[in-house]
Design a protein around this ligand. Structure first.
Ligand code: NAD
Length: 235
């Protein structure tokens, strides 16, 4: 019986790298992305199934879990990864941008957890990994609303881990530093010219894969270039 994985934000960057890794390891993948064509293309490459959907709607997560159930009959691993920068300037506030960032980065994770739990339970347990960020652990001031959303999902992971582990469901978060994906494309040259090392998407994907199988439930894995993921401990 194959492992079945659901990955949001699977068409690009970290989610695509996780999809390729898990598929190479024999998992059947359900790819969810706003970019339906990109998700479909990668699903064809890895032999999975794709759903074009906006994770900020509750319906998207329900449909994604239904797709996993219909296509493969079970669910073992859930990577709640879709995320965006907010671009919100609190001195020139744009409520629509604010709602959008909270919708994708927070609602998308909450809806994803709520939709996945029943099928994970029916499958005998499993693991959820949320892509948070170093900005979920420290007060990154480059995008305060983004920082707030990532702190929110870190809080959710910490609170859910103890009760879920009793049902054989592990939940953890990866907290990468800056990673070379389209999300940071605008700032890439700046990083490179400053000699600031960026993570590769596959380095983060490797950490996500090990987080899925880690017994350290509730852990927040800090990922930095060239280093092993380190479980974060609050002082
Ligand atoms: P990316 O832009 O390459 O990929 C994000 C994917 O999410 C895209 O395919 C996009 O279409 C999809 N997406 C965006 N909004 C969506 C929505 N509403 N519904 C469904 N899919 C949607 O970026 P990435 O760097 O791979 O980001 C993945 C995650 O990693 C995000 O949660 C991001 O916050 C987090 N992260 C990124 C960095 C970094 O420096 N790149 C660092 C720390 C954390």
């Amino acid at each position: 019986m194959s492992t079945v994985a659901l990955i949001t934000g699977a068409a690009s960057g970290i989610g695509a790298a996780v999809t390729r890794r898990l598929s190479a390891g024999g998992a059947k993948c359900v790819l969810v992305d706003l970019d339906g064509e990109g998700a479909e293309r990668l699903a064809k490459e890895v032999g999975g199934v794709a759903l074009a959907a906006d994770v900020s709607t509750e319906e998207a997560s329900r449909q994604a879990v239904d797709l996993a159930a219909g296509a493969y009959g079970r669910l073992d691993l859930v990577h709640l990864n879709a995320g965006i920068s907010s671009g919100v300037d609190l001195n020139a506030f744009d409520a629509a941008r604010y709602r959008k960032a909270v919708g994708v980065n927070v609602d998308g994770v909450v809806y994803g957890v709520a939709a996945a739990l029943p099928l994970l339970r029916r499958s005998g347990g499993g693991a959820i990994v949320v892509t948070a960020s170093l900005a979920g652990l420290v007060g990154y001031d480059g995008d305060p609303i983004y920082t707030m959303t990532k702190h929110a999902v870190v809080g959710l992971v910490r609170a859910l881990a103890p009760p879920l582990v009793k049902e054989h469901i592990r939940i953890s978060a990866v907290c990468p530093g800056f990673t070379d994906t389209p999300l940071v494309a605008d700032a890439r040259e700046l990083f490179v010219s400053a000699g600031f090392p960026l993570l590769e998407a596959d380095e983060v994907a490797a950490a996500v894969e090990s987080a899925f199988y880690s017994e350290e439930t509730g852990s927040l894995f800090v990922i930095q270039p060239g280093k092993q993921p380190v479980p974060y401990r609050y002082a």
